[in-house]
Design a protein. Structure first.
Length: 400
């Protein structure tokens, strides 16, 4: 299938425009990484605590930030999570201590800061506020309370049955994310009416519920950063060796420079927009390295074929012809892939936002660079060899 027939676009004639475009975005990204936002590592790489909170009302981020500041948690990152109608907030706490105990303390401070409306009748100590908050109580807390009250008047198997009752309550809470009213317990599958009746006597409902907590130590984050950098470096070296063996070494160098260009602009875009780079983003970057390299190889392979067929033509004309011949294939492949990742970006939700954003940027830049960066590098090197009186690499005959 071909979109274009007999196309004759002078891509190499526009190489200086392409160079200016790449320089602007590359320099902007580098400046952002060095002076402005730096590299916005996610919690996977820098360490810290992520707390995902569901509120019973539309949260006031300014008020939440004030509460956290009063609790000694200064400058946390707050952002709405998923759809605005879900009333969810992601709290990103940067914790630099390396001990797991210190990290747990940071998590507990977030609980304490948000737990601002504790009823005076709550049956819990000031040092253990969340123990009597049903929206954040643990399985053990609910089970122990039921064991103490024994609303079902059980005998020797009370431990097993009350564990099941507590699990049923927490399973239903997981589906709701947060209880708005104790009356919802009456609808919970598997919860005995006697248990639903006694729970309000020992628990209260806060206006939030924590549905997920992620904790990563700084040492683990540092190791992940090193491993991510090595993975990227090894992939580039592997491509250089493969293309040097499959074609000529200059083809490998041009492809590696092109992929480095793609990676630099992609990471720079994340820095400019201050979007966190997580493990899934690194996976997307490695994916786009392979994607961009594949597109570049298609163009290089056509160039190599045409060199044999168009022996008397200038290399720049051969390269232009090759790019035009593969243009339909490039647009068809890149266009369909782009539509897929664009749908993922628009409808995939917050969890996949960074991953899909990296792919959207990478596919656009990777397709562009295969035409605008890789081919001009190859031609520039061959022209340089001609000026030195050497035969161009991969070209038959004598230097002209």
């Amino acid at each position: 299938m071909e979109f274009f027939h007999s196309v004759n676009i002078d891509f190499l004639g526009k190489k200086w425009y392409f160079l200016a475009f790449s320089l602007v975005f590359s320099v902007a990204g580098v400046c952002s990484m060095l002076f402005w936002h730096h590299i916005p590592w996610g919690v996977d790489f820098r360490g810290g605590t992520l707390v995902y909170v569901k509120f019973t009302h539309k949260p006031d981020l300014k008020q939440v930030r004030t509460l956290l500041d009063r609790a000694g948690l200064h400058d946390p990152k707050l952002q709405p999570y998923d759809l605005a109608s879900y009333d969810e907030v992601l709290i990103d706490l940067d914790v630099r201590e390396t001990s797991e105990k210190a990290l747990d303390q940071g998590k507990e401070k977030i609980f304490r800061a948000l737990e601002t409306h504790v009823p005076a009748s709550a049956q819990c100590g000031a040092a253990n506020v969340d123990a009597c908050d049903l929206n954040n109580a643990s399985l053990l807390t609910v089970k122990n309370y039921l064991m103490d009250k024994d609303p079902m008047h059980l005998g020797t198997d009370a431990d097993q049955k009350y564990t099941a009752q507590a699990q049923a309550i927490l399973n239903y809470r997981k589906n709701l994310f947060v209880f708005h009213s104790f009356d919802q317990l009456k609808e919970a599958p598997g919860v005995d009416p006697a248990v639903a009746a006694v729970i309000p006597q020992g628990f209260f409902l806060s206006d939030f519920g924590v549905f997920n907590v992620e904790i990563v130590g700084p040492q683990v984050g540092s190791q992940l950063r090193t491993q991510a950098g090595l993975a990227t470096l090894y992939s580039l070296l592997g491509m250089l060796v493969y293309l040097g063996f499959r074609f000529e070494w200059i083809y490998g160098v041009a492809a590696v420079i092109t992929v480095f260009h793609d990676t630099l602009i992609t990471v720079g875009a994340f820095s400019l927009t201050n979007t966190e780079i997580s493990l899934t983003v690194i996976a997307a970057i490695l994916t786009l390295i392979g994607y961009s390299n594949n597109d570049t190889i298609v163009v290089f392979d056509r160039i190599r074929e045409n060199i044999k067929l168009m022996r008397r033509e200038k290399l720049s004309d051969i390269v232009n012809r090759s790019i035009n011949q593969t243009l339909s294939r490039t647009i068809l492949t890149a266009g369909l892939t782009f539509l897929t990742v664009l749908a993922l970006f628009l409808f995939g939700g917050e969890v996949l936002r960074g991953f899909s954003l990296a792919l959207v940027i990478g596919i656009l830049i990777g397709t562009y660079s295969s035409i605008a960066i890789a081919a001009p590098i190859l031609v520039a090197y061959q022209d340089w060899r001609v000026e030195k009186g050497k035969r161009p690499v991969g070209m038959p005959g004598k230097a002209r």
